[in-house]
Design a protein around this ligand. Structure first.
Ligand SMILES: Cc1ncc(COP(=O)(O)O)c(C=O)c1O
Length: 386
């Protein structure tokens, strides 16, 4: 079995993630269970809000603390972080905030999650933006393929750090370096990487990033981190409400001066329990350390790949260095049960994986164990000869 480093001695996975007592949950690329600290943060908020709504000042200070934690977590500055209601809204800040011109090109892939496709289709329809969608080849892209698509009219490259259906991880450091040299913006959907893999926005030359908490960050749906590189903040026109301005709490003097930092993208009240829960999860990740989390996921994923190969299941996800993630996409041998039937039968056995783009997709997190992987593979039907 591949090397899987131990969890910290004071971390009891069954106490932290009681879902382990009832399910073999291997769908963190879907909607994941929330961490114990996230649950505690919501419970505390609910009690306080129920009994003593006068604590708003404390919650707002808590939101600012989460801004700092989120910044630390992705290598940004707090002034570069805004809270959005989901990944899609962060991407919409970019799509609707820039002054698009006919002929501007956006390079993306043909297999992005729809939240990274429809905004560009909308810009194509409204402004004549050219939306280039690169084809996937056997679960992979090459960096060269992305760079070769660049033209003098390329305005932005928009990619998921990790593609949701194949688990392919783009080499953002290499792509971003070229983009930065050529004055092309890099917009990244990081919901399938943040929490599973270390993300450093400046090392990866990312200009805009968006990631909701409900997958690898083990936080509830509806609270997302949006990063905007500091010098680009004035270039994005925000959606306007009462909170984007410098004197937001002065309700009678109407001074329409936008905040100089990323808080200018926040137009009204926050999802406070969601943001506090997200912060509690991020604190847990920082304590366990992103590198231990990455190593454990890497070990579990490679154990899964090996076990699937023994059983003649075809793994689609790339195993090349730098291209792996927490997602393993695979296909059953021909002639047996359909993928839909396999997913349904596994669920009957309380094992959760999903089907995406015609493939089976498993996505273990750091608190899973090799036994969870073995339970999945042992429950998969043997292939029949075709
Ligand atoms: C790559 C990717 N982006 C975005 C989303 C949806 O994010 P949200 O609902 O936070 O907008 C998903 C959900 O599966 C996803 O896989």
């Amino acid at each position: 079995m591949s090397e899987i480093p131990a969890l910290p001695a004071d971390f009891d996975p069954r106490a932290e993630f009681p879902i382990l007592n009832s399910w073999t949950f291997l769908n963190h690329a879907g909607v994941a269970p929330i961490s114990r600290p996230a649950r505690e943060a919501i419970k505390t908020f609910a009690e306080q809000a129920h009994r003593d709504a006068y604590l708003t000042g404390r919650w707002y200070a808590g939101v600012e603390r989460v801004r700092e934690l989120a910044a630390t977590f992705i290598g940004a500055r707090p002034a570069e972080i805004a809270f959005a209601k989901n990944t899609s809204e962060g991407i919409a800040f970019v799509a609707s905030g820039m002054d698009w011109r006919a002929g501007d090109q956006i390079i993306s892939t043909a297999v992005e999650y729809p939240s990274m496709i429809y905004p560009w289709m909308d810009l194509a329809a409204r402004f004549g933006v050219v939306h280039t969608q690169l084809p996937e080849h056997q679960g992979r892209f090459t960096t060269q393929q992305v760079l070769d698509a660049i033209t003098p009219r390329t305005r932005m490259v928009a990619l998921s750090h990790v593609e949701f259906a194949s688990g392919f991880r783009h080499d953002l450091a290499a792509i971003g370096k070229v983009c930065r040299e050529r004055g092309i913006l890099l917009c990244v959907d990081a919901i399938q990487s943040a929490g599973a893999l270390p993300v450093d926005v400046h090392a990866l030359h990312i200009d805009f990033l968006s990631a909701d908490g409900h997958k690898w960050l083990l936080a509830p749906e509806g609270a997302a981190i949006f990063f905007c590189r500091e010098t680009l903040i004035p270039t994005l026109r925000p959606e306007i409400g009462w909170m984007n301005v410098i004197n937001a709490n002065d309700y009678s003097r109407h001074d329409f001066t936008l905040r100089p930092d990323a808080r200018r993208f926040e137009c009204g009240s926050h999802n406070i329990p969601g943001v506090l829960a997200l912060g509690a999860s991020i604190e847990m990740f920082l304590k366990i350390t992103p590198s231990l989390i990455e190593q454990r996921i890497g070990g579990l994923v490679s154990h899964l790949r090996n076990r699937l190969a023994e059983k003649s299941y075809r793994v689609i996800s790339s195993d090349q260095s730098g291209e792996t993630s927490g997602i393993v996409a695979f296909e059953a041998p021909g002639g047996g049960a359909s993928h839909g039937e396999i997913v349904a039968e596994l669920e009957r056995q309380r094992i959760i994986i999903v089907e995406r783009q015609g493939r089976l997709r498993a996505s273990p997190h750091f608190y899973n164990s090799p036994d969870d992987i073995d339970r999945l593979v042992d429950a998969l039907p043997d292939g029949r000869e075709t």
